[in-house]
Ligand binder design. Structure first.
Ligand SMILES: C[S@@+](CC[C@H](N)C(=O)[O-])C[C@H]1O[C@@H](n2cnc3c(N)ncnc32)[C@H](O)[C@@H]1O
Length: 380
């Protein structure tokens, strides 16, 4: 049975043993390895890689643990939760269920929720919010397999959102209507960005730079003027044509003339590897559910230890990402920028993602380039 299963728990041990359980009993299923510690991180992950089934295992007591077969849950250092702690915990559980439900609803995801619980008092909370739940009191390995199977069987495939933002025509339209230039006045600061990039690229002794999603060469051209060997790629042929036209004016200023190609970030095709790749002015926010894929694709064209630099708006951990009926992600940015199109992740989610995807020496810089943003510098 195929499917993606994610689990949220207060305990990393539970997640690990649940993962073992899934891998053993549902060999075709993908286990989404999310962290237990941060609900925002969990929910953001859910939006990037929507699972078919979310399992919430939120309460454990010593009594319940004894009844659970060891191969299902290996609670090694699990703390015993005493009754006096139950009330605040129950409130927390209720609010977790509410937040997970809301995120699923706001984003039209048909992911099902399976709650695992063991005491009547929390059943009220979990029972209200989740599609179905299992009381751990009576849980056997077979119960659990049946419940998960039911959850996956009942799954209504995730809504097939027609992501307009993944289409080349869309980016051509953006470039053709000068949307980029108009937006740059409010949400970018070319002078500061070039200053930052030159400093970081020089510090890391980078000579060759891939400007991925280069648009009209807003940064490729000044970087080439500063002596870097720049290759700009963009999915939009209109943007690439404009970049080539823009570069002509500076021909006499280049040591190496920048090269521009129509190319999809997800389908990069180069004979050489680069010292650095930049994805500036929020390009990463366009990738939404394909962020991991995009990072891998960029990694593949970087030299070992190559430098990755990208930026994204600071949303100060707001949980307000929504997908509208056209499949366009919208969120509200800090400092009153009401609608931002693209999936904007909180800083810590982004940092975790890079770590999980093998990037090293990850640093971030808080900047204000038009709007408050974070710039990430990491090594492949
Ligand atoms: C906000 S603009 C940034 C342009 C440029 N980096 C800058 O700083 O001026 C995003 C650019 O990413 C490009 N883009 C989006 N998805 C892409 C993909 N899959 N492959 C290549 N380029 C892409 C768009 O065409 C657009 O030009």
């Amino acid at each position: 049975m195929k499917g993606k299963i994610a689990v949220y728990s207060f305990s990393e041990n539970v997640i690990q043993s649940f993962k073992t359980f899934i891998q053993k009993n549902f060999t075709d299923c993908e286990f989404m390895n999310y962290s237990s510690t941060n609900l925002n991180f969990f929910i953001n992950n859910m939006l990037i890689q929507p699972p078919d089934l979310v399992v919430l295992t939120l309460v454990a007591s010593s009594k319940a643990l004894k009844t659970v077969p060891e191969e299902v849950f290996l609670y090694e250092h699990e703390q015993v939760i005493r009754p006096e702690y139950f009330a605040p915990l129950a409130r927390e559980i209720a609010s977790i269920v509410r937040m997970v439900k809301k995120a699923l609803k706001d984003n039209n995801l048909k992911t099902r929720l399976l709650g695992m619980d063991h005491e009547d008092f929390t059943r009220v909370y979990l029972g209200n919010g989740v599609d179905f739940f299992l009381p751990i009191k009576t849980l056997s390995k077979q119960d659990m397999i049946t419940a998960i199977r039911t959850g996956l069987n009942n799954k209504v495939a995730k809504q097939d959102i027609n992501l307009v933002y993944e289409k080349q025509e869309f980016y051509n339209m953006v470039a053709a209507h000068n949307v980029l230039r108009a937006r740059a006045r409010k949400t970018a600061d070319t002078k500061k960005e070039v200053g930052f990039l030159v400093r970081v690229l020089t510090d890391h002794k980078c000579k060759t730079v891939l400007d991925a999603g280069c648009g009209e060469g807003r940064l490729s051209i000044p970087l080439a003027i500063h002596g870097f060997k720049v290759v700009g790629i963009d999915i939009s042929e209109v943007a690439i044509n404009n970049a080539k036209m823009n570069a002509i004016k500076y021909r006499q200023n280049f040591k190496h003339e920048p090269e521009f190609y129509i190319m999809d970030i997800f389908d990069l095709n180069f004979n050489t590897k680069f010292d650095a790749a930049i994805l500036m002015w929020h390009v990463v926010c366009d990738f939404r559910t394909r962020l991991v894929e995009a990072l891998n694709s960029i990694s593949n064209v970087l030299k070992h230890g190559g430098v990755l630099i990208f930026d994204f708006p600071d949303i100060s951990n707001q949980m307000n990402v929504k997908i509208d009926k056209n499949g366009v992600y919208k969120t509200t940015l800090a400092n009153g920028f009401k609608k931002y199109v693209g999936l904007v992740l909180p800083l810590e989610t982004m940092l975790k993602f890079l770590e999980l995807n093998g990037f090293k020496e990850i640093t971030y810089h808080k900047v204000k380039w038009g709007i408050p943003k974070f710039v990430i510098v990491a090594k492949s």
